[in-house]
Design a binder for this molecule. Structure first.
Ligand code: COA
Length: 145
């Protein structure tokens, strides 16, 4: 069974291993550490049999949630873990009575776009050349709560 827990500093080494496997421009361990010390963030890990398989997080600013990252270890994809992580972020947003949750996603990232649409996110705009590494556009998505 997948269980969701708030991310702790001691989780960062494992989280970073997944981050490295998932993104061409990974965040540093220091970035995660800084995120965890901010009062404006909410980060979770997903565990099965006490092993961290995924994580995600958001900033909470002026009553809105901004999802910064969601990633599932490639060896454990398509088992509903992404849904569990995203669902937990949305539940937290509802608990905090946020007006909505937004994010940016690479236009080529069909898996993630499908996941977000499944939860009711809609495309609300484009940020041209948002990703410096591939010069890709970002799709801005919103889910209004
Ligand atoms: C996007 C990601 C988090 C999905 O995680 P996952 O655990 O594999 O997803 P789930 O098994 O929970 O699937 C949820 C939904 O995502 C979509 N999805 C997942 N894999 C897919 C694929 N290979 N092709 C198309 N849609 C896919 C489907 O809509 C799926 O729902 P369904 O199974 O009912 O059809 C995962 O692919 C990942 O970590 N990608 C790399 C990191 C990343 O790009 N993060 C997003 C940054 S914006």
């Amino acid at each position: 069974m997948i269980e969701i827990f708030p991310m702790k500093e001691e989780d960062i080494d494992k989280v970073y291993k997944i981050e490295e496997k998932c993104f061409i421009t990974p965040w540093s361990k220091y970035s995660f550490k800084k995120e965890l010390t901010s009062p404006l963030t909410y980060y979770v890990v997903a565990k099965k049999d006490n092993k961290i398989l995924a994580y995600g997080g958001m900033w909470i600013i002026v009553g809105e949630g901004h999802i910064t990252n969601i990633a599932v270890d490639p060896a454990y994809r398509n088992q509903g873990i992404g849904k569990a992580v995203l669902g937990s972020l949305i539940e937290e947003a509802e608990r905090r009575k946020l007006t909505g949750v937004t994010l940016e996603v690479r236009e080529s990232n069909i898996e993630a776009i499908n996941l977000y649409k499944k939860f009711g996110f809609i495309c609300a705009g484009i940020r041209k050349d948002y990703y410096h590494d591939t010069k890709e556009d970002a799709i801005i998505m919103w889910k209004y709560l």
